[in-house]
Design a protein around this ligand. Structure first.
Ligand SMILES: NC(=O)c1ccc[n+]([C@@H]2O[C@H](COP(=O)([O-])OP(=O)(O)OC[C@H]3O[C@@H](n4cnc5c(N)ncnc54)[C@H](O)[C@@H]3O)[C@@H](O)[C@H]2O)c1
Ligand SMILES: O=c1ccn([C@@H]2O[C@H](COP(=O)(O)OP(=O)(O)O[C@H]3O[C@H](CO)[C@@H](O)[C@H](O)[C@H]3O)[C@@H](O)[C@H]2O)c(=O)[nH]1
Length: 475
């Protein structure tokens, strides 16, 4: 137990909330809290002035994040009880509850490079709160953090603060991008971890009350702070493990004439296994799965649990294999050379209904094909050209000029398929299903190939049109 039992946070009504970090979590989460709690003033702050300006855009189609249902909620609450601001210190000082929702990326330097979570943004937030707070606060870890981070935050707050009382809670977020608003409005559960002292219990109850404005009480789970921190990493590890498990089976299906979708259905009918999250794909992406598993691997390794570390690392090894396998299949099917061949990418986002491309499988498949000198043409309904090049340039595999010589980003999918050798489907956008695939076939060079990394299209129909159609997990 690290909380001083005398540090009693008085039981009072929460009237002001501040959230540090206006990203994919902070923005949608606070919008929903504002919508469901009209009696609470919610201020979302960020040091990124451009991002805040975008959140304050009059044109709601220009919000920094695309999520179905988000702009309607922002329209209903913004400048009523929801505010976006760069005045970080003021918002901290005024708030009863401060959510920390800043990014916690994988470290790219020093000890733990490539595995551990980089907590520098979290520490900066803690030091800032300590510096400006003049009244007692509940500080909530919304970001995904390594187990035992709350201890470090508490230590910073207690040693550099102005004598005010802080309660630290862990309240990890489980929303998935693309369905963030629905996930928040109808969460399976809300997890609140805190210290098992009277004041810790009070803080947990106060935070629970916020969520009880729209969620049944029985879906709000209270645990100790370490269980809560660890559960977030474990939830992502288990989810990603399911994807890697079915993807490993997809490789087996392609060698044995089994169909991965039929296998997934057959096993998913077993209620102990369940049917969700068993869609074989070109590989999982997103900002969370890989980062959080690497974090789990790093923690296990640091604690001397090498077998545990190796076990979870395999989930990532399998995911890398799946992405590489997809690219290799394109190369070998196109007669072992893609040099100078036009390959069209449908999709760049890591999943449908989001403009987020972090760790998207498309980036790595593109990189492998560009190494073979393919000419890529990319279309994604929500991803802008500058983001595609940012993603590729970040890999540092070749110069930015070379990337721009070999790859183009287009706005019109019908135009881009002209004289293409192949189409690769990297994101499962619904609109791809509605395209005029006969017209697309006519425009392409023959034989015309489709490599469906999302099992999105109707195999029989595509073959009837004349395509050579390949999909993950089925020959
Ligand atoms: N993206 C998701 O779907 C998701 C879901 C659940 C949990 N998480 C976790 O939530 C956290 C945030 O993720 P995200 O996707 O929203 O990140 P993000 O990069 O979209 O947003 C983080 C924001 O924090 C801001 N920031 C950083 N340091 C700051 C500081 N000192 N003061 C003020 N602002 C600061 C950044 O400018 C940025 O706008 C991460 O720990 C992530 O693992 C993400
Ligand atoms: O059956 C499946 C399910 C997912 N995926 C892929 O897995 C990745 C992640 O998808 P998803 O989990 O739906 O989106 P995220 O926004 O990354 O959400 C995950 O990561 C968040 C951040 O921690 C958590 O809050 C969520 O609970 C967790 O689902 C995407 O590339 C998906 O295409 C598959 O390939 N097959």
């Amino acid at each position: 137990m690290y909380f001083n039992t005398e540090d009693i946070i008085p039981m009072k009504e929460i009237t002001k909330i501040c959230c540090i970090g206006a990203g994919y979590v902070g923005g949608p989460t606070m919008s929903v809290i504002a919508k469901k709690c009209p009696h609470i003033q919610v201020t979302v702050v960020d040091i990124n002035a451009d991002r805040i300006a975008q959140w304050n855009e009059a044109d709601l189609d220009k919000l920094p994040i695309y999520e179905p249902g988000l702009k309607e909620i922002v329209a209903a609450t913004r400048n009523k009880n929801l505010f976006f601001s760069t005045e970080v210190d003021k918002a901290i000082d005024e708030a009863d509850v401060i959510f920390i929702s800043v990014n916690t990326p994988t470290k790219t330097y020093g000890k733990g490079k490539g595995q551990a979570a980089d907590l520098k943004f979290i520490e900066l937030c803690a030091r800032n709160i300590a510096k400006v707070a003049t009244t007692d606060k509940i500080v909530v870890e919304k970001s995904t953090l390594p187990v035992r981070t709350a201890g470090a935050i508490k230590n910073i707050l207690d040693n550099t603060g102005n004598g005010v009382n802080f309660e630290i809670l862990s309240n990890p977020e489980f929303l998935a991008e693309g369905t963030a608003i629905q996930d928040l409005l109808n969460a399976d559960r809300v997890l609140i971890g805190g210290d098992e002292t009277p004041s810790g219990q009070k803080a947990k109850d106060l935070l629970s009350q916020i969520y009880e404005n729209w969620l049944p009480k029985e879906r709000i789970l209270q645990t100790n702070v370490w269980s809560s921190e660890l559960s977030k990493l474990v939830a992502n590890a288990f989810l990603a493990q399911r994807v890697s498990s079915i993807n490993s089976i997809s490789a087996l299906c392609e060698k044995t004439d089994a169909n991965v979708e039929e296998v997934a259905r057959a096993i998913g009918y077993d209620s102990r296994i369940g049917s969700k999250f068993l869609s074989s794909s070109v590989g999982f992406g997103g900002s969370c799965f890989q980062k959080d598993i690497l974090n789990l691997v790093y923690i296990s390794h640091s604690l001397g649990l090498q077998e545990v570390a190796d076990y979870w690392e395999q989930v990532i090894i399998m995911n890398d294999y799946q992405k590489r396998r997809f690219a290799d299949n394109i190369i070998s099917t196109l007669y072992n050379t893609v040099s100078g061949k036009k390959i069209v990418f449908f999709g760049w986002a890591f999943k449908k209904d989001t403009n987020d491309t972090r760790e998207s499988a498309a980036i790595y498949v593109a990189d492998a094909l560009l190494e073979e000198r393919a000419e890529l043409s990319v279309f994604d309904p929500q991803v802008k050209e500058q983001i595609v090049f940012r993603d590729l340039d970040y890999l540092n595999t070749r110069t930015p000029e070379e990337n721009r010589n070999l790859l183009t980003v287009v706005n019109d999918p019908m135009e881009q398929v002209e004289n293409a050798h192949a189409i690769a489907i990297l994101t499962e956008w619904d609109e791809f299903k509605t395209y005029d695939w006969e017209k697309i076939y006519d425009k392409m060079l023959k034989p015309a190939f489709i490599f469906d990394g999302r099992r999105l299209l109707d195999k029989a129909k595509m073959e009837e049109i004349g395509f050579n159609y390949y999909r993950i997990g089925q020959v």
